[in-house]
Write a protein that binds this ligand. Structure first.
Ligand code: HEM
Length: 483
């Protein structure tokens, strides 16, 4: 205490001795030193890029916040001008090299870039955890739940949910009203991930407008999160508001119910052989007790819902749009599906669907076409889009062409350049659930329904903004008429 007051007395004496001009001169000197250090002497000084980006983080803030998730376009321009490695901020490099794969290697033990993942508002769920070791333990407590075997057992329930989707869409055949498939597919994805994870679906497919307001909230959240990344405090202030985010409240309610021992019945009255993902995390011997609190588990649950909804929903939207915009492709797909169905006595399973060459080409092309920005290390990030649109690897990159995947040797060569679920220790935990959903939903929709685009154009689908997930300029969504 004595030391502290001595230091503050000393500081006060110095400040009293300084005139306002001295303070201005010292401040300018400080700024000058920072400029000289960042541009000429810092560890990243030798890397190319715009001087303004090397000088200040406000360069990125401008493109991200004012231009609304547009730094990816500026980064693309930087690579065209400066080459494969560019400096995109005083602290960060960006790599555009399709064969550079270091951080994805299974043995790689990189930490996540804490600053980037601030957009999720908390580092308490596995997804936003920076530290490699802490993440490993949190991830281990949940990944056993999402295995291929568990997804295979879930297939009858998935078939019921996709059946419900087709049934709801049939209603629009009579009314001749357009349907917003963007909301429909996101509702499907939410119902699947909630049913699979908690044995209790949110039931969004049953809502008359397919939960349009819920999906708007999920769309707005990452943009608000982006402002939080740059300015902090924003999500904390919103958290103080009552019921500020529907999803946050609902996940807390669900976790609370399970932690009190209440095992809610599945909406399908399905009897599950195993406990749900929350129980599994609670039972995990490795997960420390401080990580088993209601608050932290609610954050994990929120991640499952958020990560499982926008991603899968958007991929389904992109694929369906292009199939409907190219009727010859839709016809080819239908013929393949009908032939496979004729040869099988039972409804086609995910495993059977995954072997169909045209359907799997559509899915791969859907993954290539849908972009995601994935920063992978503290100072180094990369953007999948740059690889996916590299014309040397994917000729005519702006065209949706499932045909490019049809030749098996081409497919083997190209597959390494499309890694929609990431790789290594931070890869997507829901990869099998998402894949089964994509195959089953596309197969069912194109086998059972006749759809026609309604007032929807490529501009309503193509990525303009990067709010972690890709977003188009308009919020109209994919609208169709059911024939
Ligand atoms: C087409 C659909 C999907 C795509 C393309 C996708 C893609 C990804 C990618 C690239 C990552 C790594 C992100 C990063 O670390 O920055 C990721 C992480 C994650 N995904 Fe997915 N995902 C999809 C669907 C799902 C589904 C259905 C779930 C359901 C549970 C899910 C849950 C998660 C979780 C929990 C993480 C964080 C994993 C960790 O950090 O350990 N995803 N996903």
């Amino acid at each position: 205490m004595a030391n502290f007051s001595a230091i503050s007395d000393y500081t006060a004496t110095i400040v009293n001795l300084l005139t306002p001009w001295d303070i201005i001169t010292l401040s300018l000197l400080w700024v000058g030193l920072v400029v000289v250090y960042r541009i000429w002497f810092g560890p990243l000084a030798s890397f190319p890029g715009p001087k303004l980006a090397a000088l200040t983080g406000w360069y990125e803030t401008y493109f991200e916040c004012v231009q609304r998730g547009r730094y990816w376009v500026e980064i693309e321009r930087m690579h065209e001008q400066y080459g494969p490695i560019v400096r995109i901020s005083p602290w960060e490099l960006h790599v555009n090299d399709p064969d550079w794969n270091e951080p994805y290697k299974v043995g790689s033990r990189v930490d996540k870039y804490h600053w980037y993942y601030k957009f999720v508002g908390s580092s308490d769920a596995a997804f936003g955890t920076s530290d490699h070791e802490k993440h490993r333990i949190r991830r281990k407590a949940q990944q056993g739940y999402f295995t291929l075997g568990a997804v295979a057992k879930f297939e009858p329930v998935l078939a019921n949910i996709t059946g419900k989707l087709c049934q709801r869409l049939q209603e629009f055949k009579e009314t001749r009203q357009p349907v917003n498939l963007s909301n429909v597919f996101r509702s499907l994805a939410t119902d699947v991930v909630t049913e699979f994870s908690f044995h209790k679906s949110y039931g969004l497919l049953e809502q008359p407008d397919f939960a349009a307001a819920f999906h708007k909230t999920l769309r707005d959240f990452p943009e608000i999160g982006l402002w939080h990344r740059h300015f902090g405090i924003i999500l904390d202030l919103m958290d103080l508001m009552p019921r500020w985010l529907d999803i946050g409240v609902r996940t807390k309610e669900i976790v609370a119910a399970y932690m009190r021992g209440g095992t809610k019945q599945s909406s399908d009255a399905q009897v599950y052989e195993r406990s749900n993902v929350i129980h599994q995390m609670l039972d995990s011997p490795e997960l420390p007790v401080k990580d088993k609190t209601e608050f932290r588990l609610a954050l994990e649950v929120r991640t499952f819902v958020g990560a499982g909804t926008e991603t899968t929903g958007n991929t389904l939207v992109v694929m369906t749009y292009h199939l409907l915009a190219n009727p010859d492709m839709a016809m080819k797909l239908k013929m393949e599906l009908r032939a496979a169905q004729r040869a099988s006595l039972k409804p086609l399973t995910y495993q059977q669907l995954a072997k169909l060459s045209y359907l799997s080409s559509v899915i791969l092309e859907g993954h290539r076409y849908k972009d995601q920005h994935i920063p992978i290390n503290t100072p180094v990030s990369t953007t999948q889009r740059l690889t996916h649109y590299n014309a040397d690897i994917f000729p005519k990159p702006n065209s949706f062409l499932p045909e490019r995947w049809m030749d098996p040797s081409d497919r083997r060569r190209l597959e390494r350049y499309v890694q929609p679920f990431g790789k290594g220790s931070r890869s997507c935990v829901g990869v099998h659930l998402a894949s089964s959903e994509l195959y089953v939903a596309i197969a069912k929709v194109f086998m059972e329904l006749e759809l026609e685009l309604f007032d929807t154009f490529e501009d309503d689908i193509v990525q303009v903004h990067d709010f972690f997930s890709p977003f188009p300029a308009s919020e109209k969504g994919l609208r169709v008429l059911v024939q």
